[in-house]
Design a protein around this ligand. Sequence first.
Ligand code: NAD
Length: 505
Amino acid sequence: MSLANQTQALLAKMGVSDAYLNGDYAVHSPIDGSELAKVALHSTDDAHTAIAQSKAAFITWRTIPAPKRGELVRILGEVLREHKDDLGALVSIEAGKITAEGLGEVQEMIDICDFAVGLSRQLYGLTIASERPSHHMRETWHPLGVVGVISAFNFPVAVWSWNAALAWVCGNSVVWKPSEKTPLTAIACQALFEKAATKFTQSTGITVPQGLSALLLGKADVGNALVESHDVALVSATGSTRMGRLVAPKVAERFGKCLLELGGNNAMIVTPSADLELAVRAILFSAVGTAGQRCTTLRRLFVHDSIKDVVLERVKKSYASVSIGNPMQGNLVGPLIDKDGFDAMQIAISRAVAEGGVLTGGERVLADTHPDAYYVKPAIIEMPSQTDAVKTETFAPILYVMSYSDFDEVIALQNDVPQGLSSCIFSDSVKEAEYFLSASGSDCGIANVNIGTSGAEIGGAFGGEKETGGGRESGSDAWKNYMRRQTNTVNYSSELPLAQGIVFD
Ligand code: NAD
């Protein structure tokens, strides 16, 4: 069956209405470049209508008790379990992920639903000691409003669920503008949400307000409508630092809230005491998984002088054993998303070589069988130092390898890039590992010991510093981004004492 036919069958199975599929915007699969479907894109006027409807939905939804809101998300998790294979396959077809990673992405959605359900009974505030007699203070968390989600192509469904599951239990409505490269998986998610909403209403008798989940298909102009709207309380934007640089000032100008999850340039340090077997396996998964198209992909490898040759030899050997090809046929490395991704990779390689890099791999493969798809051999480039090319995120499988001799120096190098997403150290020395995690160690939002840079669990807060944008999504207390904080002081006395002992009479 052609990919287009498989796509039609999967969409139908997930209950997607034909209304979305009657446009003229062609969606292509990175697997072979073939056309999967044509969808209708929204206009900025459509965006304004959706935002208005979402605002009305918020007014109703915020009054539903949080544990009841959690019940909707619990049912969504059930629907996702039912359709895990379908949605996972569609992620593979549309984003080019290998089967295990397509399924893994849907599992992540299920996990965040579970997390959010628990959270719906734990939106805790504080009680605070008042300095005044017969007064008490507390901190309360209230729903925020319309949450606009802008997402990237490489996690076409999980990023929406990280935001939406938390936003809904927190009492908000959600308008989602997915990547224009992956509208089909987004349409499928919306259909699964609608399924869950119907089941929720049947079992609880509570009507899900229309517009609680809205989908806007389009490019930057449609995303920009969310960014500029005073009715969008929070803009959660995932994508390149270039995009974040455009979005953040506009949201700030109207005093909206922004949650930014932008580019990374993630590093691993391998010290002399490291378990090299573990390190090499972690390098392979972190650097070539998802064809190097994860925000947390390993891009910089620092190996101690004394073990550099042996590590490099083993890494090259493991690279050579990796199968590249159709991601749905058991290969470990699938395609780049498109020609632009391939061109960017080649430009970065040329630049690094001009800066003294020694290249292994990086060339296009399978061009004869798939002239319209872009498969590459993951590249390893031995660099003489951390040059400008190394400091730039290129969204492709390029691993820059550098050696070091001094531990303090390598920590400084690891931090000496504009981005601050993920980092790790392989070391059996407690001193080195703990130093890496200390205030003087890694400056990233994610710092790991003896595991790679990618493949985060949903339980922790996810995000990074500096040009990665500073946002935190998913676990821990990331939910606080989706609520507004209120400080309350209650006087249950017959006096009116003022704070700081001020007398005003
Ligand atoms: P991109 O920046 O090209 O696009 C991301 C989204 O932003 C798309 O939906 C796009 O339409 C939208 N957009 C672009 N310009 C906009 C504008 N001016 N106003 C409003 N919306 C706009 O990114 P991409 O190529 O889809 O994804 C790859 C990038 O995303 C990499 O840099 C990667 O590191 C980053 N990423 C980061 C995370 C994270 O959690 N930190 C996760 C995934 C991807």
